[in-house]
Design a protein around this ligand. Structure first.
Ligand SMILES: [Zn+2]
Length: 408
């Protein structure tokens, strides 16, 4: 599991014991599990990804450089979630974990609201897989599975299938995992239907799809496993997933579609791309796999909506990844604004994730952290902009803040 490979962190903030009662101290725990761990993990992974691409200027600046024409970086909290405003984002869906999280979250919101506002259309989740063998390139696998899908859609049998099951459109996502048998590209496809189907009907639908899919694979010189190659999840399952979404670990059909790169903790021996990235610091093989993954996936669209479906579901024009990654809700007033110099201190000290945790814990906690950050800016050479930090700075913690990090 990904979490086992990485340090887990708990954050506690303690008041400095007062002279009157040296033993008394109140402990403020910054939500020790869940969201902030996920955030810390994303920042850590982004750091790994950045180091693996030293010549990629966009990813080098992402989340680290202040955006042009901004004086500094603001911290805002909206709906309980803290975020930075005024930082550059690279918008790379397949090579930057923090941008991937931002982009997929926007797409998840779009999908969820589309089905919420149009209950007359029901999504059924179809998963299509094919057999693959170790050593095959990811590109080859993707070309074949994509080709088979195009072939399947082009036939008259598919048209007949759509009519029979009142399918008005599809939304397709390509997911990639890696396991004992190498790369495992597969599709998650939302079949959008005007019909409401019972499980026994879905079994029939699944049988028809399997026939179509195995035939399409065969046409491309590939094959799939009987009873496994095409799987259909019912609409209730999809809805239950949607309702549970946000409690982490429970991935709905929608997040199954959009969050494929982000999820972790799979038990079937398959690793997601970000799990591979997580072990790149100690595995040359995984560095090669990661490189193959992000270079092969680059430029591919995350979700492919069939023609006319966006209009039908009332969602506007599709927005590009770069634009979604830049999305900054601006309603909330800033809790703090960091100057460029202060921001450099935060980045250098690897405090970006921690500071957001502090902001979510409240203004007082954030102010304590910021006071410490500001105390670290001791001297700036006005000619060169060079900042001199008290040494040793890296990893040094505020005197009244204790951060316990341990490997689980
Ligand atoms: Zn990025």
């Amino acid at each position: 599991m990904l979490t086992a490979a990485l340090p887990t962190a708990t954050w506690e903030m303690t008041n400095t014991p007062s002279a009157h009662s040296p033993s008394a101290r109140s402990v403020h725990v910054l939500k020790p599990h869940g969201e902030d761990e996920r955030r810390a993990l994303l920042y850590l992974l982004q750091d790994y990804a950045r180091r693996l691409e030293p010549n990629n200027k966009r990813i080098q600046s992402c989340g680290r450089r202040v955006a042009p024409h901004r004086q500094g970086v603001a911290i805002k909290v909206e709906n309980g979630r803290a975020a930075y405003h005024g930082v550059m984002r690279c918008g790379s869906l397949y090579s930057c974990p923090t941008c991937a999280a931002r982009i997929t979250e926007q797409r998840r919101i779009e999908l969820t609201s589309a089905f919420d506002t149009h209950p007359e259309y029901r999504p059924y989740l179809l998963t299509l897989t094919m057999r693959h063998k170790y050593g095959e390139s990811l590109k080859r696998g993707i070309d074949d599975i994509q080709g088979a899908w195009e072939f399947m859609k082009s036939g008259r049998a598919w048209q007949a299938f759509k009519t029979r099951w009142y399918i008005v459109g599809t939304i397709r996502a390509l997911e990639v995992t890696h396991g004992r048998n190498g790369w495992h590209p597969h599709f998650h496809i939302l079949l959008v239907s005007e019909g409401e189907w019972e499980r026994h009907e879905l079994d029939q639908m699944q049988a028809e799809l399997e026939k179509l899919w195995l035939n399409a694979l065969k046409h491309h010189g590939r094959n799939g496993q009987d009873g496994v190659a095409a799987k259909v999840t019912n609409s209730e399952g999809v809805k239950a997933y949607i309702a549970k979404y946000g409690t982490e670990e429970s991935w709905n059909a929608v997040s199954e579609l959009t969050k494929s790169g982000v999820k972790h903790g799979r038990t079937d021996g398959q690793r997601t791309p970000f799990q591979i990235l997580a072990s790149t610091p100690h595995s040359h093989r995984d560095r090669k796999l990661w490189h193959e993954y992000h270079t092969t996936m680059k430029g591919r669209r995350q979700l492919i909506w069939s023609r006319g479906l966006r209009e039908l579901l009332g969602v506007g024009k599709e927005r590009p990844d770069e634009e979604l990654a830049q999305e900054e809700p601006t309603e909330a007033p800033p809790m703090a604004v960091l100057s460029r110099t202060e921001w450099r201190v935060v980045v250098k000290a690897r405090w970006r994730s921690l500071l957001l945790d502090a902001a979510e814990a409240g203004q007082a906690v954030l102010d304590t952290y910021l006071a410490y950050v500001r105390s670290q800016v001791v001297k700036v050479d006005l000619q060169t902009g060079q900042i001199y930090y008290p040494s040793p700075f890296m990893g040094e913690l505020p005197p009244n803040v204790r951060i316990a990090r341990h490997r689980s």
